[in-house]
Ligand binder design. Structure first.
Ligand SMILES: NC(=O)c1ccc[n+]([C@@H]2O[C@H](COP(=O)([O-])OP(=O)(O)OC[C@H]3O[C@@H](n4cnc5c(N)ncnc54)[C@H](O)[C@@H]3O)[C@@H](O)[C@H]2O)c1
Length: 319
């Protein structure tokens, strides 16, 4: 069986649903610190608890004969991490270290880890490949960078094989899982809150970037495609694959203005917006090279069309 930490959350929940559909037996461990019991996918065995609870993790591994762990559980807000770095280094880095050690002590030597494009910091070139220098600029990005390094040393010393998947901007909805962070800071759900009557307007943070229309450009990858990549990474490790760090993005970039335009098209209304100044720490462009994930995992992307991605999110939030 496979252990999914953070499986009540957005990406972990979608991946758990995807794995169950593929016939995997899934055990979810989630403290519900940023999700709720209704978010736990049906068909999974669920434990409410913390990844750093060594006794609980040991019990789960033994009872369910766990062979691999997909580790999603984390705090994910960049701005909050700048205000409160301790919270991020404690929950993301320290607790991951404890989790990996417990897994290793109980013979679980395969880990798929949710990393992030934030490990790169400011892009020195585009598209960003895995050889790009790592220079995280937020405690959030740094907390993930530390975990990647811990995993490398665990591989060298304890043979813990792992795939660190560096997601770019996760988005969209699938199988009943959608993006609903609290507070929400991600662009697509924020924009869609306007036509759904939950927000008066959307702020565009800076229109003077060196991009096609002056607004920031990001690589939006559908959560279904992320779930698919986790499934492939799990099977890659089971087949004896060596440890890897892989980008997960589409290789295409969309600006803030383009996202708002597509949201308007999907919702069928004009969206109230206001331009304000740049936000600190926002790089102008982040676009992934996904060549390595395609070569190593055989990853293929189903959701290439931004309209379809936004529509899946809109239908989720509407319901
Ligand atoms: N959403 C994105 O765009 C994005 C981009 C890059 C990387 N990631 C990474 O993907 C992972 C999942 O992100 P998400 O958007 O699904 O976040 P989320 O907040 O929806 O899910 C995280 C889940 O982990 C749980 N959790 C947190 N700390 C825990 C702990 N110590 N013990 C047990 N459970 C705990 C929360 O209750 C929540 O259910 C994170 O590791 C995040 O850093 C997300």
């Amino acid at each position: 069986m496979v252990l999914v930490t953070g499986g009540a959350g957005y990406v972990g929940g979608t991946t758990a649903r995807y794995l169950i559909e593929k016939g995997e037996q899934v055990v979810i461990l989630d403290s519900l610190v940023s999700s709720s019991i209704e978010d736990v996918p049906s068909g999974a065995v669920f434990y409410k608890g913390d990844v750093a609870d060594t006794a609980l993790v040991t019990e789960i591994v033994k009872k369910h004969n766990i062979d691999a762990c997909l580790h999603f559980a984390a705090f994910i807000e960049v701005a909050e991490s700048i205000q409160n770095p301790y919270k991020y280094f404690e929950n993301n880095t320290s607790k991951s270290l404890i989790l990996f050690n417990t897994l290793k002590d109980n013979g679980v030597l395969k880990i798929v880890f949710s990393s992030t494009a934030a490990v790169y910091g400011e892009a020195k070139y585009i598209p960003i490949d895995e050889n790009h220098p790592l220079n995280p600029v937020s405690p959030y990005g740094m907390s993930k960078f530390f975990i990647e390094n811990i995993l490398s040393f665990f591989d060298a010393s304890y043979n813990v094989r792992h795939v660190a998947l560096r997601y770019f901007n996760a988005c969209g909805a699938w199988g009943g899982s959608g993006e609903k962070h609290n507070p929400e800071t991600h662009l697509i759900p924020l924009v869609l809150q306007v036509p759904l009557g939950k927000r008066e307007k959307i702020y565009i943070n800076g229109t003077d970037y060196n991009t096609k229309d002056g607004t920031c450009v990001r690589d939006y990858v559908h959560v279904y495609d992320l779930a698919h990549a986790h499934y492939l990474a799990l099977n890659y490790l089971r087949a004896g694959g060596k440890s890897e760090m892989l980008n997960l993005g589409t290789g295409c970039g969309f600006s803030v203005k383009e996202i708002i335009e597509v949201c308007e098209k999907v919702a069928g209304v004009e969206i109230n917006k206001e331009i304000r100044g740049r936000r600190a720490g926002d790089p102008a462009v982040l676009i992934a090279s996904n060549k390595k994930a395609k070569e190593i995992l055989g990853w293929d992307i189903k959701y290439n069309d931004l309209y379809d991605i936004v529509k899946s999110a809109y239908l989720f939030h509407k319901s």
